[in-house]
Design a protein around this ligand. Structure first.
Ligand SMILES: NC(=O)c1ccc[n+]([C@@H]2O[C@H](COP(=O)([O-])OP(=O)(O)OC[C@H]3O[C@@H](n4cnc5c(N)ncnc54)[C@H](O)[C@@H]3O)[C@@H](O)[C@H]2O)c1
Length: 343
């Protein structure tokens, strides 16, 4: 059985739904302390197949009890704090929650003889791009504490894979976006508090739900219209990549990245290779909603690279994965969620 940490969060809940649909007889264990996320995101047709535990990853006795109670073969690890700005103001919160809690969890997981893990990493581990699109060989020099904490766990996994039987995939997501639209209406979607992501913020501005115009941070970047370029990847495309990564690391001949012979882990970018500027995202939101997005140009934010776009050729080669949603479809799905959101 699979154990999913951070299952009640945005990406975790989409993965849970996708995985249970793909595996109609499967059950899974969901672990979340509900510091963020929402229980309603795990509500739905499949919830009788979810064994939910409300606990923190660092509660080693509770986690050991969960590994004792279920036969776990693999872990998908989403749980973390993921606000770049907050990580600069409260770095120790991020070291504690993203690093210390994860290391405690890994210790219990390995003691329970569970040897496969898919880890949510991020393009924020790369830092300022030296070239674009970014491939996995790009240097990793994070420029914020959030990115550093994710890199620390990538390093811990690499070290553990050299000293134990651990097999892992570190999936470096670019900007997760959109909502599940595979059923009638959008039952789950993005709901962060506070929200810091561009698409939900632009939708809120278009729909008159925000009492402030949408802030555009920096209009003088060396990009085609002066605003930052990001790579928006649909959350269901991410979910599918996790399913494929689980199969990859479970396969008997998995050896990880070839350049390090003793290492049995792999790092893979997940993005679309199509960057969109902030202004292009706003235009897509205006097209989809038919409404104007009130905007305000303000200064750059420190730590925002001009452009972050994925080269996903490794995901294609290693996982047989490629994104199915373009920007307009991402925005459309996010809009459908905003129209009906339950949480
Ligand atoms: N959203 C993005 O664009 C993006 C991009 C790159 C990487 N990521 C990574 O993907 C993962 C999921 O992101 P998200 O947007 O779904 O975040 P989210 O905040 O929606 O979900 C995180 C979930 O983890 C839980 N959690 C946090 N710390 C915990 C702990 N110590 N013990 C148990 N549960 C805990 C929270 O309650 C929440 O439900 C994170 O690891 C994040 O760093 C996200």
């Amino acid at each position: 059985m699979l154990l999913v940490t951070g299952a009640a969060g945005y990406i975790g809940s989409h993965f849970v739904r996708h995985y249970l649909k793909q595996n109609p007889s499967a059950e899974l264990v969901a672990v979340d302390n509900l510091s963020l996320g929402n229980l309603l995101s795990l509500d739905g047709s499949c919830n009788s197949r979810i064994h939910l535990y409300k606990t923190s990853l660092g509660s080693m006795d509770a986690i050991a009890g969960i590994f004792d109670a279920h036969e776990i073969d693999a872990v998908v690890h989403f749980a973390a704090n993921a606000y770049v700005g907050e990580s600069q103001i409260k770095p120790f919160k991020y070291f504690e929650n993203n690093v210390v809690e994860t290391l405690k969890f890994l210790q219990v997981m390995l003691a329970a003889d569970v040897k496969q893990i898919v880890f949510s990493s991020t393009c924020a581990t790369y830092g300022n791009p030296k070239y674009s699109p970014l491939n996995e060989a790009h240097q990793q020099r994070p420029i914020n504490t959030y990115g550093s904490t994710k890199l620390m766990i990538e390093e811990a996994l690499r070290a553990l894979s050299l000293s134990s039987q651990l097999k892992y995939a570190a999936l470096r997501y670019f900007n997760a976006a959109g909502a599940d639209t595979s059923e009638k209406g959008s039952e789950i979607g993005e709901s962060h508090e506070p929200e810091s992501h561009l698409i939900p913020l632009a939708l809120a501005a278009a729909m008159g739900r925000s009492n402030q115009p949408l802030k555009i941070f920096g209009s003088d970047y060396p990009t085609k219209d002066g605003t930052c370029v990001r790579d928006y990847i649909h959350v269901n495309d991410l979910a599918e990549a996790h399913c494929l990564a689980l199969k990859l690391i479970a396969s008997a001949d998995f050896n990880g990245d070839m350049e390090e012979s003793a290492n049995s882990g792999v790092a893979i970018n997940l993005g679309t290779a199509n960057g969109a500027t902030v202004k292009e995202v706003i235009a897509a939101v205006e097209k989809v909603t038919g409404k104007n997005v009130p905007c305000l140009a303000v200064d750059r934010r420190p730590g925002d690279p001009p452009e972050l776009v994925a080269d996903y050729s490794k995901a294609k080669a290693v996982l047989g994965w490629q994104p199915q949603f373009n920007l307009e479809q991402v925005v459309e799905s996010a809009y459908q969620w905003e129209l009906t959101r339950r949480y």
